[in-house]
Design a protein around this ligand. Structure first.
Ligand code: FA5
Length: 330
């Protein structure tokens, strides 16, 4: 008994010393096996327990198992330390060419439609307009009824959209924001509402089913068509430069009276850029305002069309294709 006890004690010291001397994981593994491998010194002691008398077996068994746990812990600590040491040495050894050119960080940039939106916002802010946002998922009331487009009105076909299972729809224009804003804010007021809109329609080079508009609304006691024309013209000239040529063409929108379309000269022809008009009395009423007291104008500009004209892009679908060859030009 005394002998085994001594040998357990000296085994502990010896194993501890050897472990510390191991220069790498390979050496450590050899030492581990020497004690705890199949025929390791401690393994042999543990295996011999079964032949010992009961009392001795209990005592030595306890101590030998404690030593086994102790050595296992020490081995894994030593292995972790050696691993860390090896890693540090490898890092130091790694050759570093200080003359090599640095890696260029890839810097992203804004999408052309974002650039346009920011410019539009800057211009209108400089003219005293506030920037308001409305939801893309709308109710039929705000997108149609409140804008003087009741259920069976043929104009609903012009703004056909995607109806959602939850009873909402995807807004076809930014005009619902007019109502939402007037409900909560007393005139005089001037706002723009930029945002994403959706249409259930076939796409072509100038039409998308998902695009961006910016709504404008100015209400006061005596706001007239002359104000509308002046603001719209000022905006186009600030956005495109003094040479920008626009025309107002009579048109029909149920939520304005009179209504017109704003076209911009492109080459030998014209491109439709916006709808506009004097806010219809029914729209004012639907938003809780007295049309005898208040009047004003509204407009809705296609922001994709602004970007197309500004950057001379002939196909609207390029904005949504995600083609980096196109996007990296901005
Ligand atoms: C409207 O959406 C009206 N809400 C505009 C308005 C507001 C009129 C306030 C009067 C008062 P319209 O459907 O014409 O109107 O669209 C307005 C502008 O959005 C168009 O002039 C055009 O520039 C752009 N646009 C319309 N449809 C598309 C489309 N499918 N793809 C890209 N741009 C479009």
């Amino acid at each position: 008994m005394v002998k085994t006890k001594i040998s357990l004690k000296s085994l502990k010291i010896k194993a501890g010393k050897e472990m510390l001397q191991a220069k790498d994981l390979k050496e450590l593994d050899v030492i581990f096996k020497q004690y705890l491998g199949d025929n390791g010194e401690l393994t042999l002691i543990l295996r011999s327990l079964k032949d010992m008398p009961k009392v001795k077996k209990a005592k030595i068994g306890k101590e030998a198992n404690e030593l086994k746990n102790f050595l296992n812990i020490k081995f894994s600590e030593a292995a972790a330390a050696l691993k860390e040491k090896a890693q540090k040495e490898a890092e130091l050894k790694e050759w570093f060419d200080i003359t090599a050119p640095g890696k260029k960080a890839v810097v992203g940039h804004l999408h052309p439609l974002t650039l346009v939106r920011r410019k539009v916002e800057d211009i209108f802010e400089s003219m005293g307009f506030s920037i308001i946002e409305g939801p893309e998922m709308e109710t039929e009331w705000y997108n149609f009824d409140a804008l003087n487009i009741p259920k069976d009105h043929p104009a609903r076909d012009l703004w056909d959209t995607f109806y959602l299972k939850n009873g909402f729809l995807l807004r076809t224009h930014t005009s619902p924001v007019q109502i939402r804003y007037m409900e909560k804010n007393q005139p005089p007021l001037r706002i723009i509402a930029p945002g994403r809109v959706f249409r259930h329609e076939a796409t072509d080079s100038s039409h998308e089913m998902n695009f961006y508009q910016v709504e404008g609304l100015m209400i006061g006691k005596d706001i007239s068509v002359a104000n509308a024309k002046a603001i719209i013209q000022e905006f186009f000239q600030k956005f495109f430069g003094k040479s920008a040529e626009i025309r107002l063409r009579p048109s029909y929108f149920p939520f304005v009276e009179p209504g017109f379309e704003v076209d911009m000269k492109r080459g030998s022809g014209w491109m439709e850029m916006a709808g506009a008009g004097m806010v219809h009395p029914n729209v004012l009423k639907n938003a809780g305002l007295n049309p005898k007291e208040w009047q004003g104008f509204a407009f809705g500009v296609g922001m994709d069309r602004l970007a197309m004209m500004k950057y001379k892009i002939d196909d609207i679908r390029l904005f949504y294709g995600g083609d980096l060859r196109f996007l990296q030009q901005f």
